[in-house]
Design a protein around this ligand. Structure first.
Ligand SMILES: *[C@@H]1O[C@H](CO)[C@@H](O)[C@H](O)[C@H]1NC(C)=O
Ligand SMILES: [Zn+2]
Length: 468
């Protein structure tokens, strides 16, 4: 609340005093976040969660698991902790629905966070300090401890309001998302534990939105990491010859640069969103003959290598892309070979593009959209996420999954220095999840049980089809 004596104090005489009192007034105004006791408690629990140092490369997951289990116990949720890999616990809470035989929904989040460079942070990254404006600084405040706690807070509020979900709600906290989830979400989604949950719809993380519209993601780009190796004659540095390794590699780099430009141009012209195009970046170059002081200057090396990070949206023509790699980027005729370090499929386990339909064919999408509107929010045009998250493991199973982190008017700071989230925005997100849970698990509407179907996955909407 704003301080009533502010105007009087602000009329102080000297400039220095004026400045000082202006600062005091400002602090009093912004400090007045006017939170209810319940809201203050919710913010405190969020801060408590943020203080667990679950940072890579060696996160200790046990203390945070204990904290989460305690939260689940307070809420009276069924709790299951499973270690598919030792030291990497998955925590699953269940709020039993009144009709537990109905397909359920799963709210997933990851407990790990990416490393920090302490020197660049204005507040320690695991202190969860809230400044006068209500900004809470911590690694994980956006990615994605906010979401994990918001799920639980929404359940807490719905319970106090006497709401009873018809279908069961499961909340999972998984490790290792930031290192691709191989020992976390992947094993969980492939487990019999997961099958028993009978999940028909999954929510996982998205990205903050810089304007007033929530971002939502219906697919992700797949990782294709590879390197190209060029071979040629080794020769004296003074000789002009054909068939040199570095000349071959440069041929490859030029072809890839042309492709990169054509894809990038589609984004620059506004024709495509960044998630809809194929991105490719040269991430390393390896060539030359080392010497004690650097490189030998008069030898043309016999080998040269370049590494690439390529991201492929599920709407891409992967056969054409593969052909491009074989024939244009690494043709054998130019003494070029390639090898994949990682090549993720763009289809689900049933051979369909790993896409969650965001049209009327998907009852979950209809309910999700309705819930956002009921919460007073607006949605931006659904997007394909540029990077990858654990949601891909759900889509692989043909289960519709949306990437959604309810943050508007917030700078995108995931993986950056001074990651923060405003307390007000955090609290608003809880309200959004309350609506989502009411709408997606609530009583059936007159039209029957459209929401029971598992339909809606893999339906390709015309507007997002990409030609290579
Ligand atoms: C390919 O590299 C080998 C050496 O590994 C060389 O003998 C050959 O001439 C090269 N061919 C071309 C087309 O550059
Ligand atoms: Zn994340």
């Amino acid at each position: 609340m704003a301080s009533p004596d502010c105007p009087r104090r602000c009329s102080s005489r000297t400039p220095a005093l004026l400045l000082l009192s202006a600062i005091i007034c400002f602090q009093q105004l912004v400090k007045g976040l006017s939170l209810s006791t319940e809201e203050e408690d919710a913010v405190k629990r969020f801060q408590e969660y943020l203080k667990f140092d679950t940072v890579h490369p060696s996160p200790d997951y046990y203390p945070v698991t204990e904290f989460l289990s305690e939260q689940g116990k307070q809420l009276g949720l069924d709790t299951k902790v499973v270690e598919y890999v030792q030291g990497k616990p998955v925590v699953v809470f269940t709020w039993q629905g009144t009709e537990p035989s109905l397909p359920s929904i799963l709210l997933n989040s990851h407990t790990d966070v990416v490393p920090v460079e302490h020197a660049y942070w204005k507040h320690p990254p695991f202190a969860a300090k809230m400044d006068e404006g209500g900004n809470i600084y911590a690694r994980g405040s956006q990615d994605m401890k906010c979401v994990g706690m918001q799920y639980l807070e929404a359940i807490r509020n719905l319970m106090s309001a006497g709401f009873k979900p018809q279908r069961s709600i499961h909340v999972s906290f998984v490790p290792d998302e930031e290192i691709a989830g191989g020992d976390g979400a992947k094993l969980f989604y492939e487990s019999s534990d997961f099958k028993e949950l009978n999940v028909a719809f999954v929510l996982d993380e998205g990205v903050a939105s810089q304007d007033g519209n929530y971002k939502v993601f219906y697919a992700e780009r797949s990782v294709w990491w590879f390197y190209i190796t060029a071979a040629g004659h080794p020769a004296h540095g003074s000789r002009l010859l054909d068939g040199m390794a570095l000349e071959h590699l440069r041929f490859s780099l030029n072809a890839i640069a042309d492709f990169r430009k054509s894809e990038f141009d589609k984004v620059k012209s506004g024709e495509k969103a960044e998630g809809e195009i194929i991105s490719i970046n040269n991430v390393y170059l390896k060539a030359g003959t080392p010497s004690p002081t650097g490189f030998v200057m008069n030898i043309q090396p016999s080998h040269a290598e370049a590494g690439f990070d390529m991201r492929v949206p599920p709407v891409a023509d992967v056969d054409a892309l593969q052909k491009r790699l074989d024939e244009e980027w690494a043709p054998a005729s130019k003494n070029l070979t390639y090898r994949f370090v990682q090549k993720d499929k763009v289809t689900d386990n049933f051979g369909k593009p790993a896409i969650t339909a965001v049209d009327d064919s998907n009852p979950w999408w209809i309910m999700f959209k309705e819930a956002i509107a009921k919460a007073g929010g607006t949605l931006a045009k659904p997007e394909i996420l540029m990077g990858s998250t654990d949601a891909r493991y759900a889509r692989e199973q043909g289960i519709p999954a949306l990437g959604f982190s309810p943050m508007t008017n917030t700078p995108i700071l995931l993986h950056e220095h001074n990651e923060f989230l405003n307390a007000k925005e955090y609290l608003m997100g809880i309200k959004v999840y309350e609506q989502i849970l009411r709408t997606c698990t609530g009583p059936k509407d007159e039209s029957g049980e459209p929401s029971n179907s598992k339909a809606g996955s893999g339906v390709l909407s015309e507007t997002i089809h990409t030609e290579l």
